[in-house]
Design a protein around this ligand. Structure first.
Ligand code: ARG
Length: 471
């Protein structure tokens, strides 16, 4: 009897040495990850090529074997990219599917690739490479959306609209200022992905199963080859850490939250009751029964998809909590969550960029709404403080009385006569009417960060410069 592996055995060809029988079908179904981790094929092959080149440089593999492995892996890569690659569920995951095909292609040297490596560090490096790419994709998707908001802000730096608190008219603001509020949020989102990317940019390859290896590997070489800043410093942490995925999901959830907030504004603003914006046919759908309808479905879906991204974050936090060091198979559950969240976020960013570029503000509706709802009441109170030296609390009271009068008459503040105003406070003069106009109101709000059109133009110019788009 020979001890050599029997390739005809039902036991796994990669680790079946001590197994006499193959897995139960249900075991295979719950265990296999190939159905989803095949998305890591390019990262897996890239990692393996770097590993093989390092093994050869260190004299652990002959350069002949390493060359055969490197070439063979490129063949596997092109086979997968051509489509129709026969992924096999009995080979569990992408790592073993690639290696098994490599064995078919080049024979014996394929079996040497896994020297000084484990699937634990292999999956850790593959997944980090994938998530790192997604950080880059998120960053450029966010920048595109920032540019779309910036274009709106520049076009409408001085268009007046109502600013809301409690969704009640509060004070007039400018359209550009509202658009730039989203630019601020997105800039924070962007910086979260930039930070997460920098933190995750350490290479776990070479941690092997958990303890490192006795082979004289060069982890700095593989780290550099794969574009990492350095190798990770602790082998146990290297194979058990999924912070990079958790950070990606956290940053994604906050970004998706921002998308959902603007989506909600679009839903409200495009309604017949508001008419603040118009979305074209490209971003709306009709109703099968009500011919007049034009529904903002994309915005509604964006509002909903935030739940999906947050769900992925909660799911992975829950998987990871309480896991003892180091690798546990629980961690295989990381991928579907991250894949789904990344797909959802990228689609959401693209859809929002499309809608923001497409939306047409209705300046007349915005201006009319800005002037209604006693939106300049604060300007009136401020005038009483400035011109008549009233304490702000008294000015607030006088203004409140005037608002009540206007409300009783069914008119707005500028429609009250000077005589009516003087009944409430005799010191009020004709020039008060200037501050009751919305244009003057927004122009006066020049404090740093305020809504004045000149501020908006200056902030838009600053953002263009930061995005490298300055004229
Ligand atoms: N498919 C596995 C995963 O995604 C790869 C690592 C398997 N490691 C192990 N010791 N079984 O986590």
């Amino acid at each position: 009897m020979s001890d050599a592996p029997d390739p005809s055995s039902a036991a796994n060809a990669m680790w079946g040495g001590r197994f006499a029988a193959g897995p139960d079908a249900i075991m295979q179904a719950i265990n296999a990850s190939i159905g989803f981790d095949k998305r890591l094929y390019a990262q897996d092959i890239r990692g393996s090529r770097a590993h093989a080149a390092m093994l050869a440089a260190q004299g652990i593999l002959t350069s002949r074997d390493a060359e055969a492995i490197g070439e063979g892996l490129l063949t596997v890569l092109s086979e997968i990219e051509a489509g129709g690659f026969p992924f096999r569920v009995e080979l569990e995951d992408i790592h073993m599917n690639v290696e098994a095909r490599l064995k078919e292609l080049i024979g014996e040297p394929a079996g040497r690739l896994h020297t000084a490596r484990s699937r634990n560090d292999q999956v850790a490096v593959d997944f980090r490479l994938w998530v790192r790419d997604q950080c880059d994709a998120a960053i450029s998707g966010i920048e595109a959306l920032m540019r779309a908001f910036l274009a709106q802000a520049e076009a409408g730096a001085d268009w007046v609209m109502p600013g809301f608190t409690h969704l009640q008219t509060a004070q007039p603001v400018t359209w550009g200022h509202h658009m730039l509020a989203y630019v601020e949020m997105l800039a924070r989102d962007r910086s979260r992905f930039v930070d997460a990317r920098a933190r995750m940019n350490e290479c776990p390859l070479g941690a092997a199963a958990l303890a490192g290896t006795g082979f004289p590997i060069d982890r700095h070489m593989t780290a550099a080859a794969l574009g990492f800043d350095r190798p990770t410093a602790n082998s146990l942490d290297s194979v058990s850490d999924r912070d990079f995925a958790l950070e990606f999901l956290s940053a994604s959830a906050i970004c998706a939250l921002h998308l959902s907030r603007f989506a909600e504004e679009l839903v409200i603003w495009s309604s017949a009751q508001f008419r603040f914006v118009r979305l074209s046919d490209r971003w709306t759908t009709g109703s099968s029964i009500m011919p007049q309808k034009k529904n903002p479905d994309a915005a509604e879906l964006l509002r909903a998809k935030m739940g999906r991204v947050l769900g992925a974050a909660v799911a992975l936090f829950t998987v990871m909590k309480g896991l003892p060091l180091t690798y546990s198979k629980d961690m295989q559950e990381d991928k579907e969550q991250v894949f789904d969240a990344a797909d959802t976020l990228m689609l959401g960013l693209a859809a929002m960029t499309g809608m923001v570029g497409d939306m047409q503000a209705n300046r007349e509706s915005l201006a009319a709404a800005a002037a209604s709802g006693f939106s300049t009441a604060t300007d009136l109170a401020d005038w009483l403080v400035r011109e008549l030296n009233l304490p702000f609390r008294d000015a607030h009271h006088v203004t409140g009385t005037l608002v009540a009068r206007a409300e009783a008459r069914g008119c707005d503040l500028p429609d009250l006569s000077l005589a009516e105003m003087q009944e409430v406070h005799p010191g009020i003069r004709e020039d008060v009417f200037a501050v009751l106009g919305v244009e003057n109101s927004v122009r006066s709000r020049t404090s740093y960060g305020g809504t004045a059109p000149d501020n908006v133009r200056a902030q838009a110019a600053r953002w263009k410069e930061l995005l490298g788009d300055a004229a």
